[in-house]
Ligand binder design. Structure first.
Ligand SMILES: Nc1ncnc2c1ncn2[C@@H]1O[C@H](COP(=O)(O)OP(=O)(O)OP(=O)(O)O)[C@@H](O)[C@H]1O
Length: 845
């Protein structure tokens, strides 16, 4: 079989070629009548009818030479190809190193020929040529080549930047040479009183070419500004400054030149610490919590080694990061230090419904307490690699689609894929695993479509993340423009936009995520945002921290109405207190005819609300009440029913009363985040979770299982159908401690006594449930009459047989009556004297 195929294959062409050959042979024979050389169709050859031996020898020698030449050329060619292949296998960085060295050599050679009076024909020609071309700036050419060499070797991975630099410097050089040429009366290379000498002494041929044409039609006072404009363009390209950002860049420059020495944050002496005292890369030295701190595996060091400090300033050196990011933050704020909202004046004297009286003015903490994050990186080599990987996946599967661009966010980059006509979206979405394989990342999330765009989004984590700092978020224009006291900084979205949210509008928020996903940092961010922007008479807080350590730093802040609640049982009580507070506020709203506490407050501030005649009451504005529960699971373990009841009541009604809940949990399972709680907490913030099920519990859709952790989150505000992906803002423990200290110096915390105190009925047995009142009546009846009869309970309490039987069972289980004795009444085990104690027990007191 194996031999047959070539045979038959060779037969085909042979058969096909035979007639042709036969025909031509016949034709030749017919025309010449004798055999002719097969090559010979030309007249010249056909005229050589009898080649003599000498010419034959020459012909053969010629053929030999041609053959040898072809052999040599083939050898050189294949050698070059082999070398080329090897060169292709070289690390691109090495190739660029080679290029850099070549430029350096050229710079040195050029400098040796142009910077000194070298004799020698070659030097003379090179010198004259360089001067002829670049005129009086010929001396700068070796420097520019040296600079190019340095860039190639220093940043082998920044091709695009090097290209930009070359273009920028070229534009600058051409513009300046033109100006020099005009300044020297625009000499021509030939003509009377002109010549190359004069051209070389002015702007050279470059200067001539760029200045002579405009000078022939325009006066010099127009030509020079035009040339200066070209030079300015070069400077903008070199510094990568779009025109609209010139003021910011100038501000940065001023900052670097004049203000860097005088620390922009003088309140923090620690900033001046010598670098060596801090472990390298410890972005928040001594803070405990560091941004992107990986608790299990320390990949940070590896990452740090892979990125030059210029690319990832935040992860390598705190001071550089601080300076770079300060510049960026200032640039963002247009160099104007952001103004904190004005402190609210001391409240008027109040007499009722007071959470705690406040004396003296209260100054909000300075925003400088919060450090800036890292400046966002526009594009890195990793992005180009991913674009190539995506393109090749689409090509491999022959899908008519292309990557049309990407948006780099702080943690992930979203690549946009546009489909060709009649290509199914599913063709790309079905490739999730292949894309993940090609880009070497398991956390690929596909968005189809990107909201507001006809494109599919592929979100891939960045190897080099940006640090989003709470300080930058709160300093942003969007946060500064809104003075609502419940505005909190959430972070930045994939497009780098700052995301702030109004807790009052949420109106309640559920935060969930696995351990280490960034929940605690988020809760800290929310509380810190409030501390930064609101006075205690605007916002009051109840903090519930069953884990005991997460929120302890806030102990003593004046915004608290009760010490931080760490005991889950007391937490349930505090939630009940909140329900009571809500009811009190509702009573006020109902009595005054307002529908929201904001309207009520407005009326009170305007003095429009008068207490009813005869009442001693003095109205005063209600502060917002923010209740933060850091671990719902711990509460649900202790008193699931009470906690759920309170949460549901609060969430259903509290909005109008200015009471808002933030519930965090690391166990987003259905027994913790029950259907009732979910239905009543409309805004969700999901950090990375381990399973699709968890993601569905929080968001009612997948997505959170594809997050990368460390503050990467999906935010689903009330009413939205698609979550927004954000990188949560980071705030360090050190910053929090400073802010808390400031708040404490402004005002003492004055706690209400009754918040976490058990109201009358507390530890009611779950078994009793809603029957407590009936049970107490039954116990009273039986103990006072000493007659343990079910039918008596039926008659006296007017309940059915089943209920009476249940009450009797409950009393039996609590040793109030003995076991059933058939139709006889049960024995009563508690004496009338012990009744008060029994009732207190039943009430759980
Ligand atoms: N927004 C963020 N920016 C940068 N890094 C973050 C961010 N949020 C969290 N991290 C990093 O992730 C680590 C873990 O975060 P965090 O302590 O908030 O997790 P958690 O979900 O609260 O975990 P646990 O439930 O175990 O307390 C932090 O120490 C920090 O290094």
């Amino acid at each position: 079989m194996a031999t047959r195929t070539p045979k038959s294959a060779s037969k085909g062409p042979a058969k096909r070629s035979t007639p042709a050959r036969t025909t031509s042979a016949k034709r030749t024979t017919a025309s010449a009548g004798r055999p002719r050389p097969r090559t010979g169709a030309s007249g010249r050859k056909s005229s050589v009818a009898h080649p003599d031996p000498i010419s034959w020898v020459f012909t053969m020698i010629g053929k030999l030479i041609v053959g040898l030449w072809m052999l040599f050329a083939g050898g050189v060619g294949s050698m070059a190809r082999a070398l080329g292949n090897n060169a292709r296998e070289l690390d691109p960085a090495h190739r660029r190193d080679g290029l850099g060295l070549a430029w350096l050599a050229a710079a040195i050679v050029l400098a040796s020929m142009t910077w000194r009076n070298a004799d020698g024909a070659v030097s003379g020609v090179v010198n004259a040529t360089v001067r002829g071309v670049f005129g009086s700036l010929a001396w700068a050419l070796p420097l520019l080549l040296g600079l190019l060499a340095w860039r190639y070797m220093r940043h082998p991975d920044q091709n695009a930047d090097t290209g930009r630099m070359v273009i920028g410097w070229a534009a600058l050089l051409v513009g300046v040479l033109g100006v020099i040429h005009v300044a020297n009366d625009t000499p021509y290379p030939a003509g009377e009183g002109q010549g190359m000498d004069k051209v070389s002494a002015a702007g050279g041929m470059v200067g001539f070419i760029v200045s002579a044409p405009p000078m022939s039609i325009l006066p010099s006072w127009i030509t020079i500004p035009l040339l200066l404009l070209l030079s300015a363009f070069g400077v903008l390209v070199i510094t990568a400054t779009p025109v609209h950002r010139i003021p910011e860049r100038l501000a940065e420059l001023r900052h670097l030149l004049f203000e860097r020495q005088s620390d922009p944050l003088p309140r923090e002496p620690s900033r001046k610490r010598p670098r060596t005292k801090k472990p390298a890369g410890d972005g928040e030295g001594g803070d405990g919590v560091k941004p992107y701190d990986t608790p299990v595996l320390s990949e940070k060091d590896k990452e740090r080694a892979e990125h030059s400090p210029e690319i990832v300033p935040g992860l390598t050196d705190e001071e550089d990061a601080a300076v770079a990011a300060a510049a960026a933050a200032e640039a963002e704020a247009g160099r104007r230090p952001p103004e904190p909202p004005l402190p609210t004046p001391a409240p008027r004297k109040v007499e009722q419904l007071v959470l705690s009286p406040q004396a003296g003015p209260y100054a909000l903490p300075d925003l400088q307490f919060l450090k800036p994050g890292t400046a966002p990186k526009p594009q890195t080599k990793a992005n180009t690699t991913v674009v190539n990987a995506l393109t090749s996946v689409l090509e491999q599967f022959s899908i008519d689609a292309q990557v049309i661009g990407f948006t780099r966010g702080p943690t992930v980059t979203r690549y946009e894929i546009e489909l060709g006509p009649a290509v199914k979206v599913e063709k790309v979405t079905a490739l999730t695993k292949n894309i993940a394989y090609a880009v070497k990342s398991a956390d690929v999330r596909i968005l189809s479509p990107i909201p507001g765009k006809s494109a599919i989004g592929v979100e891939i984590p960045n190897a080099d993340k940006d640090l989003v700092a709470l300080g930058d978020v709160l300093r942003s224009q969007v946060a500064q423009a809104d003075h609502h006291p419940m505005i909190v900084g959430l972070g930045k979205d994939v497009e780098g936009r700052t995301i702030v949210a109004n807790l009052a509008k949420m109106p309640h928020l559920l935060i969930a995520g696995a351990t280490g996903a960034g929940k605690s940092v988020c809760v800290n961010g929310l509380i810190t945002s409030i501390l930064m922007r609101s006075t205690p008479d605007e916002v009051r807080m109840v903090l519930v921290d069953p884990k005991r350590v997460e929120l302890s730093v806030y102990e003593g802040i004046p915004h608290l109405i009760t010490p931080i609640i760490t005991n889950p049982k007391k937490a349930a009580e505090a939630l009940e207190w909140v329900v009571g507070e809500m009811d009190r506020r509702y009573d006020d709203l109902a009595a005054s005819g307002f529908r929201h506490v904001d309207e009520f407050n407005k009326a009170v501030r305007a003095g429009k609300l008068q207490p009813p005649p005869g009442s001693e009451r003095v109205y005063q504005p209600y502060p917002y009440l923010l209740v933060i529960v850091d671990e719902l699971a711990d509460l649900m373990m202790v008193a699931p029913r009470d906690v759920e009841d309170s949460i549901v009541r609060i969430t259903q009604l509290a909005r109008a009363a200015g009471i808002h809940l933030v519930i965090a949990t690391q166990r987003p399972s259905v027994d913790v985040v029950t259907g009732l709680i979910k239905a009543n907490v409309p805004s969700r913030l999901a950090f990375a979770v381990s399973s699709l099920t968890d993601s569905r519990v929080i968001l009612d859709q997948p997505g959170a299982d594809k997050l990368v952790g460390q503050g990467d989150a999906l935010f689903l505000p009330m009413g939205a159908s698609k979550p927004i992906r954000i990188q949560n803002a980071f705030v360090s423990e050190k910053e929090i401690a400073e802010i808390v200290a400031h708040c404490k110096t402004q005002m003492q915390a004055e706690y209400r006594e009754d918040v976490a105190v058990a109201p009358v009925k507390r530890e009611i047995d779950e078994e009793i449930g809603d029957d407590l009142d009936l049970l107490i009546q039954a116990a009273e009846l039986i103990v006072t009459t000493q007659f343990g009869s079910t039918s008596m309970l039926q008659r006296k309490l007017r309940v059915g047989f089943a209920k009476a039987g249940r009450l009797m069972d409950l009393l039996e289980s609590r040793n109030v009556v003995g076991p059933s004795e058939g139709s006889k009444a049960r024995e009563v085990l508690v004496k009338p004297d012990d009744l008060p104690g029994l009732l207190a027990d039943l009430r759980g007191e």
